[in-house]
Design a protein around this ligand. Structure first.
Ligand code: ADP
Ligand code: MG
Length: 253
């Protein structure tokens, strides 16, 4: 005859409540030490399983977001980039901009931290269960192009429109043909005032005509992106080549 303790352990495993099984002894000890009643004890035990499930779901939200790396805001050295308003970036991390369907544009040359900052904000969003997706502009356009050829553009546009936060990285690193610009416009238009988008670019807005090879579409895209947007311009040095930059202090002659 199995003891009721062992029966309980078996039940927990059969019900796939493995975390409760693992925490059972601790919970029983804690309950008797602190004279918890049955409700308090069951609450404590079930909370272990709930917390575990929560952690797993957070992990998978971050995983499906397709981030290039997992660098967070704490890994960003703000002293290296004194032009950045730290408070503003911290405010982005509260995800208030997502509540308000606002956009963020990181504008600046290569290596100043645009991808790092957008990824950090994206990780925070995903951890808070906002559906988030990171994609390079060029890959996004290729996906939309492919969908168009395969007669499922609407479906694909809808898919990308659903993300609470979409991060489009590297707008302007590669030129975008006229027809492709229209695909990009359709996506931006579908997200307009409904969803937040973070864009990183190395091209000043007045030169977006050159990226999109079609001034009218370029303007229509910019109009919608910038209507409710926080523009963060970063003018500093590249972090990638920070050790190769000669400062005045290095000059001994
Ligand atoms: P960008 O997208 O603007 O070209 P990245 O965000 O890719 O630049 O940054 C280049 C590399 O330098 C990345 O590995 C990034 O994590 C790192 N980096 C950039 N700026 C900083 C910073 N201020 N503090 C710490 N790491 C930084
Ligand atoms: Mg980048």
């Amino acid at each position: 005859m199995m003891s009721s303790y062992n029966q309980l352990k078996n039940n927990l495993v059969t019900l796939k409540l493995n975390v409760m099984d693992e925490q059972l002894d601790e919970t029983i000890d804690f309950a008797s030490r602190n004279q918890l009643n049955i409700v308090e004890t069951l609450l404590r035990l079930t909370n272990y399983q709930i917390d575990y499930r929560e952690q797993n779901s957070i992990k998978s939200m971050v995983k499906v977001a397709n981030f290039p790396h997992f660098k967070e805001l704490k890994d960003f050295d703000f002293t290296f980039q004194p032009g950045i308003n730290t408070q503003q970036i911290q405010d982005f991390e509260t995800l208030r901009f997502i509540e308000r369907n606002e956009n963020i544009v990181f504008l600046g040359p290569s290596g100043v931290g645009k991808t790092h900052l957008s990824t950090s904000i994206g990780i925070t969003a995903a951890k808070h269960r906002c559906t988030t997706y990171f994609i390079k502009c060029h890959d996004l356009i290729n996906q939309l192009k492919k969908a168009k050829i395969e007669n499922r553009l609407d479906q694909r546009l809808k898919h990308f429109s659903r993300y609470k936060l979409l991060i489009i990285d590297e707008v302007g690193y590669l030129p975008i043909e006229k027809e492709d610009a229209k695909l990009m416009f359709q996506l931006i238009d579908q997200r307009y005032e409904k969803r937040s988008t973070i864009i990183t670019t190395n091209i000043a807005f007045e030169n977006w005509d050159n990226i999109f090879m079609d001034p009218i579409t370029a303007n229509a895209i910019l109009d919608r992106v910038l209507h409710h947007a926080h523009v963060v311009q970063i003018n500093g040095n590249s972090y990638r080549i920070r050790n190769h930059i000669r400062t005045d202090r290095d000059c001994t002659f």
